[in-house]
Design a protein around this ligand. Structure first.
Ligand SMILES: NC(=O)c1ccc[n+]([C@@H]2O[C@H](COP(=O)([O-])OP(=O)(O)OC[C@H]3O[C@@H](n4cnc5c(N)ncnc54)[C@H](O)[C@@H]3O)[C@@H](O)[C@H]2O)c1
Ligand SMILES: O=C(O)[C@H](O)COP(=O)(O)O
Length: 526
């Protein structure tokens, strides 16, 4: 039974599939301190959070069963990603579910600051009938958008409908895409100098911290308005207070703060030009359901060892590349696993050669599966998130090659594992109608599906050996399911690959090894 702890308020409707899963137990406990979480996290396989829970290294060290941290939302700045990666904890988020909610809040904030709705409301409910709130229209104004990802692009679309001119900056925004969504491209400073409204939609990173600060306020149009529904700290709060005093900023709307919640004496809170909300961007029924559904699906996949997407601590794989690579993940892991079990000594290098169909795509996700396979029987807590990290931290050199020769296979993955004692090589392919096949062990051509208990017997190609092996296993009640012999030349060295129904006891393996003409016997499970 997998145990999932939900430590922030997450939509019950959205996590219904976790409640429904017969192999999952869900516990909801919000508002726990770090110490309280540390005390209980050891019982859980998965932790589900929003932005309140700070998932620190200490919490992860105590989470000895923790496989996955699911963030029901976009930003993962409350999760120590490096610590998670080191421990092989997969961190997933729900990047799409709250885009529209946050975009719509941004628009509401832009209109509210343009028309001073919260200020007018406050006076009206306070008994005053003050009609001096003269706002500005959005039509024919220039909106500057910094960060043109999911939310920034949606804001741009809506701004166009309102008759605004939109200029945007994003290091990944191409001219073609900008043209498609009707956005002019500009540098940060060009945008800052031209815009009547600016809205930021980047993550908070060392590059975006104080992206708008004193030098930018100095070149802004007088009377401009500023919106931050992304992350506190992208706009320098103190520099903005000064810019308001200087009449540069006529109004600002902030949903997020450098420190949340802001202190009661925070200069925004009593400033009539600044409107504030308590980090409500994603707070719609729809968004909360969406993100909770997305994250629950992924958590289930990860707990059940099924393929998943949206891992934040793994490089993203474009869908078209994933479609090509995914069928090879199992094969790659098996090749790695066999080599890891048969190679004697500490592995110092893994050489992976991709041929055929695989040479045109970025194969690094597949390499991760191979490396994971090599070490899976040796390193506890290893998974595809930390496989490369653990291999590199043990000074294992990973060499990836691509070649045009695939020995007439449509695709071929060849892996060599090097230790001080020996080099072992395995090649595998995906054969239409047959699935995963291992087609070479060292220099010997073979053809078998790597599954279950295997015996690899190196021997000299002499009459009677196959019979003796069969008799010895049969006498010891070890049933042979399949058998393959690979050799280069008649009478030379050869390899026998047997699939057996149960693992062979060590005395049987010893007896096999002592047979004349048998060079070595290696037993493994895949
Ligand atoms: N207020 C809320 O409740 C709320 C809700 C959802 C998202 N957010 C925040 O909004 C932000 C954007 O979310 P999204 O879903 O659009 O993310 P996204 O990843 O789709 O877009 C972010 C964009 O920022 C760009 N970027 C990165 N560095 C930049 C830089 N130096 N200058 C300009 N652009 C840069 C990236 O290229 C990317 O296109 C995130 O920080 C997210 O955490 C806040
Ligand atoms: O990054 C996000 O998704 C937003 O900041 C929403 O955060 P929340 O889930 O705490 O509302």
């Amino acid at each position: 039974m997998y145990k999932v702890l939900v430590s922030d308020p997450i939509s019950d409707m959205g996590i219904q599939m976790l409640y429904d899963a017969t192999d999952v137990e869900v516990v909801k406990q919000s508002g726990l301190s770090e110490d309280e979480l540390i005390a209980i996290i050891g019982d859980y396989d998965a932790l589900l959070v929003r932005s309140q829970t700070k998932v620190t290294e200490k919490i992860m060290s105590a989470g000895t069963r923790l496989k996955v941290i699911g963030r029901a939302g976009v930003g993962v700045d409350n999760i120590d990603l490096e610590a998670a990666t080191k421990r092989g904890i997969i961190v997933i988020n729900a990047p799409d579910g709250n885009t529209i909610a946050t975009c719509e809040l941004t628009f509401a904030m832009m209109m509210s600051t343009a028309r001073m709705i919260p200020q007018a409301y406050k006076k009206t409910v306070g008994g005053e009938w003050d009609r001096k709130f003269i706002g500005v229209e959005l039509r024919n104004k220039t909106l500057g958008i910094l960060g043109m990802g999911r939310i920034g692009s949606e804001v741009a679309k809506r701004a166009k409908v309102f008759g605004m001119e939109v200029i945007g900056y994003d290091p990944f925004l191409t001219e073609e895409r900008a043209e498609k969504i009707g956005v002019k491209l500009g540098t940060v400073n060009e945008i800052v100098a031209q815009a009547d409204f600016i809205t930021v939609h980047t993550p908070l990173t060392p590059e975006t911290r104080h992206l708008i600060s004193k030098p930018q306020f100095d070149i802004m149009k007088k009377g401009m308005r500023l919106i931050n529904c992304a992350r506190g700290g992208i706009i320098d709060e103190m520099a903005m207070v000064e810019a308001i005093e200087q009449g540069i900023v006529a109004g600002a709307a902030f949903d997020v703060f450098e420190v949340e919640p802001p202190q009661q004496d925070h200069p925004f809170l009593n400033n009539p030009k600044v409107i504030v909300t308590p980090h409500l961007g994603a707070s719609t029924i729809e968004a909360q359901e969406n993100v909770a559904i997305d994250v629950s699906e992924e958590v289930l996949h990860i707990l059940r060892n099924e393929p998943f997407k949206n891992a934040v601590n793994l490089p993203p794989v474009p869908a078209n590349v994933l479609n090509i690579l995914q069928p090879y993940f199992g094969l790659g892991e098996k090749i790695g696993s066999i080599l890891g079990q048969i190679a004697q000594g500490a592995v110092y290098e893994i050489v992976v050669n991709y041929a055929g169909d695989l040479i045109d795509v970025d194969t690094s996700p597949l390499t991760r599966y191979i490396v994971k396979g090599v070490f899976e029987k040796q390193l506890e807590g290893l998974n595809i998130v930390n496989a490369m990290h653990l291999a590199k931290s043990r000074d294992v050199n990973i060499v990836v090659q691509k070649s045009n020769t695939s020995n007439s296979f449509t695709n071929l993955v060849t892996v060599t594992v090097k230790t001080k004692q020996e080099e072992k090589t395995l090649a595998g392919t995906l054969l239409a109608g047959y699935g995963e096949r291992i087609v070479r062990i060292d220099q010997y051509p073979v053809d078998f599906a790597a599954e279950g208990n295997l015996l690899l017997i190196s021997h000299n190609d002499k009459p009677g050996i196959i019979g003796r092996v069969g008799t010895l296993l049969g006498t010891n009640n070890v049933n042979i399911a399949t058998m393959q012999v690979g050799r280069k030349v008649i009478g030379g060295s050869a390899i026998m690959v047997l699939t057996i129904d149960k693992s062979a006891p060590s005395n049987v393996l010893d007896e096999l090894s002592e047979q004349a003409e048998i060079v070595n016997v290696r037993a493994l499970t895949v």
